[in-house]
Every structure is written in structure tokens, then in C-alpha cells.
Design a protein around this ligand. Structure first.
Ligand SMILES: [Fe+2]
Length: 180
């Protein structure tokens, strides 16, 4: 079965709409961190990178008179829930395997616990990798959502990351097949 690439996900109009809204530069950078953490934690890098790239696609904007209203956001935000649903729908539409699509969607759902009243989440290693990657790219006052990246650079970085993932996956498969 051929792998659904990050580039294919990025090029879909749904990703174009929602990943841009919460910051393409942040999505790409979080995906790169997720790749590194995935290797460190022995987690499938393909799932980690896809979840990291899509993790904030559930964001809605909470502006009042041109200013971000943090209280309004804190009170009403459900972006992990919406993001998990949007990511799942997009992945299934693009032909991602159902089991993998669910794992990715759950990693999006649990990338933060900010939407829960209390009770910390116990995360799986994949979910932990995505949460760590998001934290690694966070800047004070939500500035990470506003960084700019040109479309050319974004495309190149995404294609480069696809190649890294494919090399790593081939390596895993070679090892499990007993090849040198
Ligand atoms: Fe984020």
C-alpha cells in the first residue's frame, strides 16, 4: 500500500483553509519537531508528523474589535475536538488507512488538555510526541500562530520531511525483514 504523503495532505483545499488559519509555519515546525521526538521515543514518524501538521486545524478565531479575546477563547474553545474531527475527515477522504486515521485523530485530540475542565490526560507515546512537539514550537502570547512562511518554502520543507519519513520507514521495514 502506498503511503499518503504530507504533501498530498497539505495540497488538499481543507488543509489549505484550516492549516493556514492557525499558522502554516507553526504547523510545519511542529511537524519537524514531531519527527525528531518520534525517533527519540520510538514512535511511528509518519503518524506523529501527520498529527503534528494537522494538530491546530480545529481553531476558530476569537476576535473582539480586532483584538484576540483570550478569556472568550479559554471559555469556549474546543479546537482539539474540532481539529480531530477535521483531520479524520480529511485523512479518510484522501484514502488514509482507517486505523491510522483514528490514531492520528486521537493524537490531535489530546495534543493539549486546555479544553478540559480538569483531570490531566494519560497520553500514549504517539500522543505525547505530538504534545511535546507543539510545546517545543510555542512562543509567548500565541506568536507562533502568526509566523510567516512563503508557499515555495513551505512546499519544499514538507517534501523534504516526506523524504525523511520515507527513508526512516524503509529502514524500519528492512530491519524487520532481516535485510542488511
Ligand atoms: Fe499548536
Amino acid at each position: 500500500m502506498s503511503r499518503l504523503t504530507l504533501l498530498e495532505i497539505y495540497e488538499h483545499p481543507i488543509a489549505q483553509k484550516y492549516v493556514h488559519r492557525s499558522g502554516l509555519a507553526h504547523a510545519i515546525s511542529t511537524a519537524y519537531y514531531a519527527y525528531q521526538f518520534a525517533l527519540e521515543y520510538n514512535v511511528n514518524p509518519d503518524l506523529a508528523v501527520k498529527a503534528a501538521f494537522l494538530h491546530d486545524m480545529g481553531h476558530y478565531t476569537w476576535y473582539v474589535n480586532g483584538e484576540w479575546d483570550y478569556d472568550l477563547y479559554k471559555e469556549n474553545d474546543i479546537h482539539p475536538i474540532k481539529g480531530a474531527e477535521r483531520a479524520h475527515k480529511l485523512l479518510i477522504r484522501l484514502g488514509e488507512d482507517r486505523v491510522r486515521a483514528k490514531e492520528i485523530a486521537l493524537a490531535v485530540l489530546f495534543h493539549t488538555d486546555s479544553f478540559l475542565p480538569e483531570s490531566p490526560i494519560t497520553r500514549t507515546p504517539l500522543q505525547e510526541v505530538v504534545a511535546l512537539a507543539d510545546e517545543a514550537d510555542e512562543e509567548p502570547d500565541g506568536k507562533h500562530h502568526y509566523r510567516y512562511i512563503s508557499p515555495e518554502r513551505a512546499r519544499k520543507k514538507i517534501a523534504d520531511l516526506d523524504r525523511k519519513i520515507e527513508r526512516t520507514l524503509n529502514h524500519f521495514y528492512d530491519e524487520s525483514a532481516g535485510a542488511p
